[in-house]
Design a protein around this ligand. Structure first.
Ligand code: UGA
Length: 435
């Protein structure tokens, strides 16, 4: 089985490397010649635990290659995956499909023999059908089927998620396409991974429904956390108490500064727009989008309040700026709202992040970037934890106290225990737990 992966972004690179690990021949293609050159040298453009080793071993085994020549990769392939970017279009919140459609046209010109063209990027319902139309129009003689195969991997846990998924969703309508797609995931049969085989439209919608449901779950627990603060209840126990009910489930009930990243904000917005336009609005998701946007501002207000109502002339140490740990991704990170709001309120920011600072420097002007967590706390009036990196979980309270002007912590990821922090002499606040 030969695979061509068009696009070496997050999804393309991880999926390409994992399919190669399954034993298939994978050619990863990208228009960005510089990126391909760096990948050939073994340089991985994203921070993802385990990816560098996986890429290196599969390149060495001759199963994984990188290039800019889409034509030859597609001509040889049994399955061509479209994994190009689908950013939010400016203005209307819809996904921008121009890269997907451009790829479809190029693929059409290169098809040689029966091929399944698969959309791997998150694409709105109807995109697969349009890809099919474009290919048919460009190459009426081509032998092909279009399939949808959304990816559910999480950044920071991408390889494990690909290799041991809860399920694989495939939208494929002809028996021939279904059989090629099944063969691609045959290595997962051993671990009895359920395969959900559907139509193109259903498969595309499953991806959006999954992400919007998870975003809703997070937003729900965030609001319950706010209520806990008013009522003196503990959101961790509430999450456990409801999550043990199998119908609810324990995962994605961790409160925080609002969801971010390259997926939830974009996908919730895109589904809201699609639903509105089809006359079947998703009012719950509309509300989730609004609450989450507002939450990031509220977190800045929470920090200001805890600093006595003003941060004018104060220094705030910020630990973590990425949207979550184990990634260098800054897209829609809460820090991008919280830090500028604190600066606008007159605070100076000293920040540290284990992987995100390179990217963050371009997005957050005026921040003093520090060498480590303790360095960030030097002479600061308070420390705010924005991302739950493991290395922030076990900081020494004594060393923190030595560095900080006064022991004040705003823990927006609930990684410390309120009681222990109080005992250690900290003024401490977190999300949804009594102090
Ligand atoms: C998400 C989904 O989890 C993946 O299944 C999906 O494949 C991916 O989007 C995508 O569509 O490509 P990801 O964005 O990498 O994955 O990150 P998550 O781990 O889902 O976290 C998203 C945001 O929610 C983060 O800002 C995180 O801090 C926040 N979150 C998550 C919470 O605030 N509480 C939780 O309990 C869980």
């Amino acid at each position: 089985m030969r695979v061509a992966m068009i696009g070496t972004g997050y999804v393309g690179l991880v999926s390409g490397a994992c399919f190669a690990e399954f034993g298939f021949d994978v050619a990863c293609v990208d228009k960005d010649a510089g990126k391909i050159e760096r990948l050939k040298q073994g340089e991985i453009p994203i921070y993802e635990p385990g990816l560098e080793t996986l890429v290196a071993s599969n390149v060495k085994a001759g199963r994984l290659s990188f290039g800019t020549d889409l034509k030859s990769a597609v001509a040889k392939a049994d399955a061509v995956f479209i994994a190009v970017g689908t950013p939010s279009r400016r203005g209307d919140g819809h996904a921008d499909l121009s890269y997907v459609y451009a790829a479809a046209k190029e693929i059409a010109e290169a098809l040689d023999g029966y091929t399944v063209v698969v959309t791997k990027s998150t694409v709105p319902v109807g995109t697969g059908r349009e890809v099919e139309r474009i290919i048919r129009e460009t190459r009426p003689d081509a032998e092909f089927d279009v399939a949808s195969n959304p990816e559910f991997l999480r950044e920071g846990a991408a390889i494990g998620d690909f290799m041991r998924p809860d399920r694989v969703v495939i939208g494929a309508e002809s028996e021939r396409a279904q059989s090629v797609m099944r063969d691609l995931y045959r290595p997962l049969f051993l671990i009895e991974t359920p395969i959900v085989m559907t139509s193109l439209e259903t498969s595309e919608l499953i991806k959006y429904a999954a992400n919007t449901f998870l975003a809703t779950k997070i937003t729900f627990i965030n609001e319950i956390a706010d209520l806990c603060e008013k009522l003196g209840a503990d959101v961790h126990d509430v999450a456990k108490g409801i999550g043990l009910d199998g119908r609810i489930g324990r995962k994605f009930l961790h409160p925080g500064p609002g969801y971010g990243g390259s997926c939830f904000p974009k996908d919730t917005l895109a589904l809201v727009r699609t639903a509105q336009e089809t006359g079947s609005p998703l009012r719950i998701v509309e509300t989730v989008v609004d609450i989450n946007a507002r939450r990031k501002e509220q977190m800045a207000e929470k920090i200001v309040d805890f600093c006595g109502g003003s941060v004018q002339g104060k220094t705030i140490a910020v630990l973590g700026v990425t949207f979550k740990p184990n990634t260098d991704d800054m897209r829609d990170a809460p820090s991008l709202v919280i830090i500028p709001a604190l600066q606008a309120a007159g605070a100076a920011i000293r920040a540290f992040d284990p992987a995100g600072m390179h990217e963050a420097q371009k997005l957050l002007p005026g921040v003093t970037w520090c060498e480590g967590a303790y360095d960030a706390m030097q002479d600061a009036d308070a420390v705010a934890i924005l991302t739950e990196w493991n290395e922030f979980r076990g900081l020494s309270v004594d060393r923190m106290k030595q560095r900080l002007k006064q022991p004040v912590m705003i823990d927006l990821r609930n990684i410390y225990e309120p009681e222990e922090m109080a005992q250690a002499g900290f003024r401490y606040v977190c999300v949804g737990r009594p102090g």
